[in-house]
Design a protein around this ligand. Structure first.
Ligand SMILES: Nc1ncnc2c1ncn2[C@@H]1O[C@H](COP(=O)(O)OP(=O)(O)OP(=O)(O)O)[C@@H](O)[C@H]1O
Length: 783
């Protein structure tokens, strides 16, 4: 709806006025920041000169400590003040360029006049009246903008619901302090602004969507009631965007009790982390902790095993169909990801409380000091009602005590004398000084040599035993690997604890494969979480209690087993899971065929599922084309933005295909598109494609080792492109020999849905059966 000229002028002059006030405030805050900076520097420089250090008497020492504490407190307070001033300044500078993006006029019931309210990334008040010139988008009243069209409306406050009428809803696009565009809207949030935003080129960083959050997305951002929030959203429906705005919202709403360090985002890989890392700072918030599941596995298990990453596992699944043992591996992956296997490990724990836990021999210089059998005997002598992990602690203490006795027995052993002979001067010197300190006249006494030998012996033995003690303190005497392995070597044991479950297909082969890898100190990705879980329940869980909110993007890629583990890892946390079952690409995906296992985690009453069906990323043509690949894809709704039809090229031979792709890339670039992705099925295919294509046109090969996302022409396997988006996507080889098996459908869909404006597919002979639309694309044959 166009706005009359007169109102446009009024808005412009209001905006200029607000910017002027922001500019003034910036000036003021710059001064405040400078003053605080110099106060902090001053305290740091004069930290000790303001304190009288006196350590003569105990009272003096106490007084000195108290003065240091006092001074530290003053410094910390000033530093906090400086940090706050810098943050405010930074936010004001950001607001100066675009102070707000919306206006709503709201008349509260019982009040005559409606109030205009302007909404921006943060609140701004007129001084000294404290009248709001801008409301933070997260303030309760701002909810009106996201949830209502003009007409009756209401918003919630801590004091209750405020009802009234929205008489105007207006949107602005302000850039660099200039009002570029403004219009009044009748619907919840007008399509015009969104169309402009979505029509732009892809960026190397994700953008914040605060100005155009849609009603169904807003529910996700503001949900505060449920322990577990599950978002099932179509490709491009804004799941990642919403997750980040949700973090910003939570940080605002619970600013007294929550900070960015209490929130963790699990994302698929480091590349994706780099892609989303700027959204929160853009909103003036600190970034939450960002990690990947693999990073956590490596942290916990990396010292003991070579832990396979999910991409290596996936690469095997996609490329090794013909290899012996393939079906057994797939069956093993599925089983070890399942809730059934989780149950097996839980029942195993109950059994281990009574019998079967394995320990390691404690050896010293090739001798067994304490045998695993003896340790096990001691372990099972403790009262069985004591928790497994507590009994381990008791065994640890017992072992340390035993060790003290054994250490003494070593002092007079021959090997100690031999080691003394080999000591260097520095070590001798150390002992000599120590003895002198004990008795300055000692070196003249007749037993000096004996004393020296005694001390050296103790020193040598202690050093060696310290290493043993260190291992015992880290509970390395428990043989978790062997205890896990037992499940695969002892058929009777497995049958006993898995009773009631049907034996997984290819079980004997799964067992062989598992044992073989463990013996090579390799941990297959499917074994990593079960092994870690077993280790935690035996040795005590390393819970992360300070984390209050966990967000998991690409949630469909985690298994029920992993969710059970994460639930225990973060016992005090809310969870937001954002996923799309249509983009499940892992072999264990079948174990999460629905969200039921997730609902079971915290129970129905503590769980909410929200579905997002509208896709914003791609043009209507691309969405129509891609949704036809999915059974049940009809439910996906494209956002109203039109573009070119996807193009499908049939070529006669690989060389021609490569030439055609290279030509198309150059043409797309000449149209001004910044970001182009050539997507292959696997890393293997990507390498080959890169070697061929790079001879014709410049591009970057992306691998799972990459940490930074950049724009330009990138080439990578589909699974690494997850969560990302590009102006144009080129599917390197869409032939049916590449994408044929049903298990590859979702991978293919994921690859195609990365395209925002243009999509190209190339194939030879036969096109993949997953492409169904005939009218929705342009078909061409290149000869
Ligand atoms: N309300 C919105 N306003 C503006 N842009 C939006 C909105 N919602 C989504 N988008 C845009 O749509 C694109 C897709 O969003 P996002 O990546 O968050 O979707 P997704 O559901 O996580 O996708 P996928 O599952 O395919 O990775 C992004 O460019 C995002 O900025």
């Amino acid at each position: 709806m166009t706005v009359p000229e007169q109102q446009l002028d009024a808005e412009k002059s209001r905006m200029d006025n607000v910017i002027e006030q922001i500019t003034e405030r910036i000036g003021h805050m710059e001064k405040v920041t400078e003053e605080r900076k110099s106060a902090v520097t001053d305290i740091r420089q004069n930290f000790w000169s303001d304190i009288t250090v006196n350590v003569d008497e105990i009272d003096d020492i106490m007084e000195t400590i108290s003065a240091v504490k006092q001074q530290t407190f003053v410094l910390k307070t000033e530093e906090r003040g400086l940090h706050h001033a810098e943050e405010t300044l930074d936010r004001l500078k950001r607001m100066k360029d675009a102070p707000y993006f919306a206006r709503i006029d709201f008349r509260e019931d019982g009040v005559e006049q409606s109030e205009p309210l302007y909404i921006g990334i943060a609140s701004f008040m007129k001084e000294p009246s404290e009248q709001y010139l801008i409301y933070d988008w997260r303030a309760p009243i701002s909810n009106l903008f996201y949830d209502y069209a003009p007409g009756p409306a209401a918003y919630e406050t801590p004091m209750g619901s405020i009802k009234g009428e929205m008489t105007l809803k207006r949107q602005f696009i302000i850039r660099n302090g200039n009002l570029r565009y403004m219009f009044d809207t009748g619907v919840t949030i007008g399509d015009e602004v969104l169309q402009q935003i979505l029509g732009k080129s892809a960026d190397e960083h994700m953008k914040s969507i605060v100005a155009t959050i849609q009603k169904e997305q807003n529910q996700i951002i503001r949900d505060d009631k449920h322990r577990l929030l599950i978002v099932q959203g179509a490709a491009g429906s804004g799941k990642t965007s919403v997750a980040l705005q949700r973090v910003a919202y939570q940080l605002y709403k619970h600013r007294q009790s929550l900070n960015a360090d209490n929130m963790v985002l699990f994302s698929p890989n480091a590349l994706f982390n780099s892609y989303v890392s700027t959204v929160l700072p853009e909103l003036g918030e600190a970034n939450m902790q960002q990690t990947t599941y693999q990073e956590y596995l490596n942290l916990r298990l990396g010292a003991l095993f070579q832990v396979e990453d999910p991409y290596t596992q996936l690469e095997y699944i996609l490329t090794s169909q013909q290899e012996p043992g393939y079906d057994a591996r797939i069956s093993g992956i599925r089983y070890k990801a399942s809730a059934e296997f989780f149950q097996v490990i839980s029942r195993y724990k109950e059994l281990l409380e009574r019998e079967g836990l394995l320990f390691k021999n404690i050896t010293f210089r090739g001798r067994i000091l304490l045998s695993s059998r003896k340790i096990a005997q001691r372990f099972y002598e403790f009262d069985p009602s004591i928790r497994l992990s507590n009994r381990i602690v008791l065994v640890k203490e017992w072992l340390l005590k035993q060790l003290r006795e054994m250490e003494k027995a070593e002092w007079s052993e021959d090997w100690v004398r031999e080691e003394i002979e080999l000591l260097d001067t520095e070590q001798y010197q150390k002992v000599y000084l120590k003895l002198r300190k004990q008795d300055p006249n000692l070196e003249y006494s007749f037993d000096f040599h004996d004393k020296e030998t005694e001390l050296l012996s103790k020193m040598i033995v202690r050093e060696k035993f310290d290493r043993l003690r260190e291992k015992i303190k880290k509970l390395q005497f428990v043989n978790v690997t062997a205890t896990y392995k037992q499940l695969f070597t002892n058929n009777d044991l497995f049958a006993k604890i898995a009773s009631g479950q049907s034996e997984p297909e290819h079980w004997q082969e799964i067992c062989r494969y598992t044992i073989e890898r463990l013996e090579q100190k390799q941990l297959a990705y499917e074994d990593a979480t079960p092994m870690l879980f077993l280790s935690e329940i035996i040795q005590g869980f390393h819970t992360l209690n300070t984390v209050r909110h966990v967000l998991i993007d690409e949630a469909q890629d985690y298994s029920p087993f992993q969710y059970e583990f994460l639930k225990r890892l973060f016992p005090r946390s809310k969870m937001t899971l954002l996923g799309d079952l249509n983009q499940s690409i892992y072999a264990h995906a079948a174990t999460l065929g629905s969200y039921q296992p997730l609902i079971d985690l915290y129970g129905e009453s503590d769980t909410r599922i929200i579905r997002l069906t509208k896709s914003y990323r791609s043009t209507q043509e691309i969405v129509e084309f891609t949704k036809a690949m999915l059974p049940g894809g009809e439910a996906i709704e494209p956002f109203n933005r039109s573009g070119a039809k996807p193009k499908v090229f049939r070529t006669t031979g690989r060389d021609l295909r490569v030439q055609q792709i290279a030509q198309d890339i150059d043409r797309i670039k000449s149209q001004g598109m910044q970001s182009i992705a050539v997507i292959c099925k696997t890393a293997l295919e990507s390498k080959e494609a890169y070697e061929l294509l790079n001879q014709h046109t410049e591009m970057r090969l992306v691998t799972s080792e990459d940490h930074t996302f950049t724009s330009g022409t990138l080439l990578f396997p589909a699974y690494l492109a997850k969560g990302l988006e590009f102006d144009a996507v080129i599917i390197y080889d869409a032939s049916d020999r590449v994408y044929k098996h049903e298990a590859e459908r979702k991978l293919f869909y994921t690859a195609c849905t990365r395209a925002m404006h243009q999509l190209y597919l190339y194939y030879e002979d036969q096109l993949t059966p997953f492409v169904k639309t005939i009218d929705g694309a342009l078909y061409e044959t290149v000869l």
